[in-house]
Ligand binder design. Structure first.
Ligand SMILES: Nc1ncnc2c1ncn2[C@@H]1O[C@H](COP(=O)(O)OP(=O)(O)OP(=O)(O)O)[C@@H](O)[C@H]1O
Length: 394
């Protein structure tokens, strides 16, 4: 065995060791509510991309390193190159001048090209490509039974079927399933290929809102229970905010910026999609149908959801945040938190301003009219009170 193949083998073994450990730790039971953050995320796997890909007038030009951990959303305008990037990563298209490395494994170095079936990638696309003449069970097992005998198996069929709640569907054929059910089976089939990376190209795009909402928790479960990093292309900022840990923003064939989702949401380029913030809060108490959450030393109260969980993601539209220089006593808005102004940015409408705030180390933004900013005399570094009118809980 060469040094190179030894390092590949070592890399694979450590990956599967981590994955098996997660299964032992979480057990084989179904997760009821989505506690959206893993208590202990495995280390990020580094995806190194260096390529120049021309497609007609379009050019995908990358010289970037993506640390993949949990769910990484790839977001950008139509035609900016998201699918081209996923195809290059997967090895579906073969281009010269391309260098792609996943962890310590080189997938492509110019002409040295590891084909798609050897990259240990699971893929799910907008339209599930289930085999129509096979049952759900046969579809799930199709690739699994063809796995190489020496390939380590971390995800067994019964675990995947439990995780994705596929038992009632096993004997059905794809045409008997709803769009959301088909995508769940496609996810199951992708997981059973024992991937080290999941590439999801708009897997929710063909679904209606209800089906989208039904499938989101399954994506969260996959991230929480398997630890397999996911690269998810989505057009819907709302879906991204519900799911992702990291956000990669693409523009004109390049990676414009990347980083943790809460910080990326402050990017002015995203304001046109509806400025919003993501806060992480911990469960503090539940009483009289009210849930009390803590963010740092401060608390906020919300109508209690059916299931409580240790931590929550809160989605807050910037236009649902008002600011005052003094605490307001007589108001129906009960959630009033002390924040510090960290920035002012132009909003899509010229009469409005996005005010960026720090709330116990987490970013929050408020959309105010420029007139209100001037009337209140708001300044950088000033401590003010944020009245939060509406919160969506995940
Ligand atoms: N086979 C092809 N031949 C020539 N040009 C192509 C080909 N495929 C894609 N393109 C062009 O490459 C550019 C990027 O396409 P790509 O599908 O990667 O973008 P995208 O960001 O995924 O778009 P969308 O969000 O609409 O799916 C587009 O301008 C597209 O017209």
């Amino acid at each position: 065995m060469t040094d190179h193949s030894l390092s590949r083998a070592g890399d694979k073994l450590s990956f599967w060791h981590r994955l098996s450990w997660r299964w032992q730790r979480f057990g084989n039971t179904s997760v009821a509510a989505s506690s959206t953050h893993c208590q202990s995320q495995p280390e990020a796997v580094t995806l190194r991309l260096n390529c120049t890909v021309k497609r007609g007038d379009f050019c995908l030009q990358l010289n970037d390193t993506l640390p993949l951990q949990g769910i990484t959303a790839l977001f950008g305008r139509s035609g900016c190159g998201k699918t081209s990037l996923l195809r290059a990563i997967a090895g579906l298209d073969r281009h010269a001048n391309t260098h792609i490395r996943f962890g310590s494994i080189t997938w492509q170095q110019d002409r040295d090209f590891l084909p798609v079936h050897q990259r240990r990638i699971g893929m799910v696309f907008q339209e599930s490509s289930l085999l129509p003449h096979l049952s759900v069970q046969q579809n799930l097992l199709y690739g699994y039974q063809r796995l190489h005998a020496r390939q380590p198996i971390a995800l067994k069929p019964e675990q995947v079927i439990t995780l994705l709640e596929l038992t009632p569907l096993l004997s059905q054929r794809p045409e008997q399933l709803s769009g959301g059910q088909r995508q769940r089976v496609a996810l199951g089939r992708a997981l059973l290929s024992q991937p080290q990376l999941l590439l999801l190209d708009e897997p929710l795009a063909s679904l209606d809102q209800q089906s989208r909402n039904d499938i989101l928790p399954f994506l969260q479960r996959i991230a929480a229970k398997t630890g397999i990093p996911m690269l998810l292309v989505s057009h819907q900022l709302d879906d991204v905010v519900k799911l992702a840990d990291q956000l990669v923003l693409m523009q004109n064939g390049r990676i414009h910026s990347q980083g943790p989702l809460p910080q990326q949401l402050l990017r002015p380029e995203l304001a046109a999609s509806g400025a919003l913030s993501l806060l992480h809060a911990n469960h503090s108490a539940s009483q009289a149908h009210l849930l009390t959450l803590s963010i740092g030393q401060q608390q906020l109260q919300l109508p209690a959801p059916p299931f409580s969980q240790p931590n929550y993601r809160l989605r807050i539209q910037a236009r649902d945040v008002a600011l005052s220089t003094q605490p307001i006593q007589d108001s129906s808005v009960s959630n009033q938190l002390k924040v510090t102004i960290t920035g002012f940015h132009p909003a899509p409408h010229p009469a409005e301003t996005l005010v960026q705030l720090d709330l116990a180390g987490q970013p929050l933004q408020a959309l105010l009219t420029q007139q209100s900013v001037e009337r209140l005399g708001l300044q950088l570094g000033q401590q003010v009170y944020a009245q939060i009118k509406a919160v969506a809980l995940d």
